[in-house]
Design a protein around this ligand. Structure first.
Ligand code: G6Q
Length: 543
């Protein structure tokens, strides 16, 4: 049995679980009128209500005990002090340094990295001001109207999510586009909309070797050169965000227009770095700094607050409670704000790429479940799609409801209706509807069983004042730290992603085979069969 399963707190939780399954939240709320006060927490302009969970004070105490026994405090200190906690790649994990607003030095290999962080931020500030003021000119002398971020995974999802979320802060002078997919439809649909004279491509790639990003960037480069017929044009229309200066130069991008970041920034934690250049161009550098400040405030909260008052820790422990004890396989992210519509996809990568691991820090296969499946959609759209299954299906799906108090769009009753729906959903999930209540309403006996809601379905509600750069920064950092805490408890490395490699290697092996005429023999019969079917069908329709 693994170390984790032998921890006294884990075993106590196992015992406690059988007691909890006999309780309903409906009863727990009826017994304790202060349940909301007892199980909610406010800070950093966020309110976390976790009272609608299948927990008692004892549950929480045991979960905190699990955090202590997992030496969480030491692990938090290890991250903040720059230790190489990404042990399979021997790297520090310091996205917190990118938003460090204190004068505190942060060391990697004995060198303070903060001067470098600040220097890239001033490079970004200078560039953002030049572009936003129309002083950056294309090769033909025109100002920029369209910014196209070419990147994938961590170099796409974060910036795309934030640019969408902070749309009310966006300059009207620039349009933003995100190209990620290798499918030519992605880049072509953007190229169809923009003008070569007024476009600016941001090639965002930590390694500058990613096949999708480089292929898209070369297609964009060719498109631009077809227009200008002069290679010198590339420098006026492309900038790079990367750790790989050699490859950036080889592409034809002026290294003076390369924005640097470092190997201690993981791709999915990189929106705070120069990878966030599209965000800074959209909302301006002051707003970008406000987002960093929001992130930093959450870092300070996470680093200093007792576990009992620590939002990321509480969210992480509740996640473990359902995932490992109730065997809930997934977790839904349900933002009640259209501006946050990309948040579920963003968190899907942040969480699933971080904690989708099955080997622990001792190199042993784990004997417990790790990372949940993260999914979701903005409310109220989800209500008319998949909430049925959350309410009456056979799966237990813990969910986070995220709601701003004030909307950026004051249109009639829209916001109040949205808010009412959000609260109604968490109430319905918790309370359910009994046969007796249905009878009282005069519901026909023949349909009674179908109309019963079992209830007792857990949710957290996160309320924030308004979606601003600062509150969004705090919200993102909250989830980043939640993911980290879960990784600590599961004893896995949340910061590598070897699972992405195999498919990449096999794809580069298959690519040349697609243009060969011989029958494929290098793979299993399914893969050979698919390759051959594709090749012969393709040839037959392209004669
Ligand atoms: C994230 C992953 C991955 C990465 C992309 C893009 O943590 O590492 O999603 O961001 O594969 O990589 P590049 O930025 O190197 O192109």
């Amino acid at each position: 049995m693994s170390e984790l399963l032998q921890l006294p707190a884990w075993q106590a939780l196992q015992q406690h679980y059988s007691k909890i399954t006999l309780l309903t939240m409906r009863d727990l709320f009826a017994q304790n009128p202060n349940r909301f006060q007892n199980f909610s927490l406010e800070g950093n302009a966020l309110l976390l209500d976790y009272s609608k969970n299948r927990i008692t004070q004892e549950t929480m105490q045991l979960l905190y005990q699990l955090a202590y026994e997992s030496e969480l405090s030491a692990k938090i200190n290890a991250m903040f002090s720059g230790q190489a906690i990404n042990y399979t790649e021997n790297r520090s994990v310091l996205h917190i340094a990118l938003r460090n607003q204190s004068q505190q030095a942060i060391y990697v290999d004995g060198i303070d990295i903060m001067p470098k962080v600040r220097s890239v931020l001033s490079h970004m500030r200078e560039f953002v001001s030049v572009v936003r003021n129309g002083l950056w000119k294309g090769y033909g002398g025109q100002r920029v109207t369209d910014v196209i971020n070419i990147g994938i995974g961590g170099s796409d999802l974060g910036p795309k999510m934030v640019v969408q979320a902070l749309q009310p802060y966006q300059t009207k002078d620039l349009n933003f586009h995100f190209v990620s997919n290798i499918d030519g439809a992605d880049i072509q649909s953007v190229l169809n909309k923009i003008n070569p004279e007024t476009c600016l491509f941001l090639v965002a790639s930590k390694t500058f070797t990613t096949q999708e990003t480089l292929t898209n960037a070369h297609t964009a480069r060719k498109w631009l050169l077809d227009h200008y017929q002069d290679k010198k044009a590339v420098a006026s229309h492309f900038v790079a965000i990367s750790t790989n200066a050699v490859a950036v130069k080889a592409f034809g991008i002026d290294v003076a227009n390369m924005f640097e970041f470092w190997d201690w920034v993981g791709g999915r934690y990189s929106l705070w770095s120069a990878i966030g250049l599209s965000i800074a161009l959209a909302i301006g550098m002051d707003n970008f700094q406000a987002m960093l400040q929001g992130g930093h405030q959450m870092d300070e909260h996470f680093r200093t607050a007792d576990f009992e008052k620590n939002m990321p820790v509480i969210l992480a422990l509740l996640g473990i409670w359902y995932h490992n004890f109730f065997q809930a396989e997934s977790h839904a992210i349900l933002p009640y704000d259209q501006l946050l519509s990309q948040l579920p996809s963003y968190l899907q990568q942040a969480d699933m790429e971080s904690n989708g691991k099955s080997v622990n820090n001792q190199g042993k296969t784990v004997d417990y479940s790790t990372g949940p499946i993260i999914w979701g959609q903005s409310g109220t759209n989800g209500q008319h799609a998949f909430y049925q299954l959350i309410h009456q299906g056979t799966h237990l799906i813990p969910a986070d409801f995220i709601l701003p108090i004030k909307s950026h769009f004051n249109i009639g009753e829209h916001h109040n209706i949205l808010v009412a729906n959000c609260f109604a959903q968490t109430e319905a999930l918790m309370l359910g509807r009994t046969e007796a209540e249905l009878r009282q309403q005069g519901i026909d006996e023949s349909v009674l069983p179908y109309r019963v809601f079992s209830g007792n379905r857990p949710s957290n509600t996160l309320m924030l004042e308004k979606i601003t750069p600062k509150t969004l920064g705090s919200l993102i950092a909250l989830y980043e730290h939640k993911i980290f805490v879960q990784g600590v408890i599961w004893q896995i490395n949340s910061f590598d992603q070897w699972g992405v490699e195999l498919g990449k290697q096999l794809a580069s092996k298959i690519l040349p085979e697609l243009s060969q005429t011989e029958v494929s023999e290098n793979h299993d019969s399914s893969t050979n069969g698919l390759i051959d079917y594709y090749k012969s069908y393709y040839r037959s329709i392209n004669r």
